[in-house]
Design a protein around this ligand. Structure first.
Ligand code: GRF
Length: 196
């Protein structure tokens, strides 16, 4: 099947771009239809504009009340007929009303081998610092379904990287990110083929 994908992204949006490129090249059958960002200056919004994908800045600056904000997001998901939400570096918690509206079809990518190194404060460089400090010999990325707890939904697929003794958190972050783009595209392809 083919999905109408909405991306939620707060920063650069390189994962979002990799998935858009895979849709354009025919590697994926899905169609990117919507981009939502809580950061009006994000690379993700800039990429959406360049790609001609409708994009919306939605944050506490545009909607002070959580309920209004979530209702507006759901109205956009309805309007654009979205049947898959892809979180790609989205720094806000997804409300249960959105997960319910999507019947659970909400994916996230996390830059570690969940269930280790997940949870509320495990984002960005915090994750890679914790992995290095713990002396792990490998790390990676995880694509999972989103539920109401941070990083706890069903795991769909993981990528792995070897950690060298000389790796800094920054080096590890780059190594993991380099595997994320392919991993995210692979998982969406598996979903399109009904293989997960
Ligand atoms: C990635 O490392 C992802 O695992 C995490 O946020 C980062 C997003 O990177 N959730 P980008 O914005 O896709 O470049």
């Amino acid at each position: 099947m083919s999905f109408n994908i909405a991306f939620f992204a707060s920063h650069n949006g390189s994962n979002m771009q990799a998935i858009i490129d895979a849709c354009k090249s025919g590697r994926l059958k899905s169609i990117p239809v919507l981009v939502i960002s809580n950061n009006s200056k994000s690379g993700a919004i800039e990429r959406a504009v360049n790609e001609g994908i409708p994009s919306f800045h939605i944050s506490s600056a545009t909607h002070q009340n959580d309920e209004d904000r979530n209702e507006y997001i759901i109205s956009l998901l309805k309007h654009y007929n979205v049947n898959l939400v892809v979180l790609a570096g989205y720094m806000k918690k997804i409300d249960n009303s959105i997960i319910d509206f999507m019947n659970g079809m909400v994916l996230n990518i996390h830059p570690a081998l969940l269930p280790k190194y997940g949870g509320e404060n495990m984002y960005g460089m915090n994750v890679h610092k914790a992995v290095i400090e713990a002396g792990e010999s490998e790390s990676g990325a995880t694509v999972h379904f989103v539920n109401s707890n941070y990083d706890e939904g069903k795991i769909l697929k993981q990528s792995r990287v070897i950690i060298e003794k000389s790796d800094t958190p920054e080096i590890l972050a780059n190594k993991v990110l380099a595997t994320e783009h392919q991993l995210y595209v692979d998982v969406i392809s598996l979903l399109e083929h009904g293989s997960v």
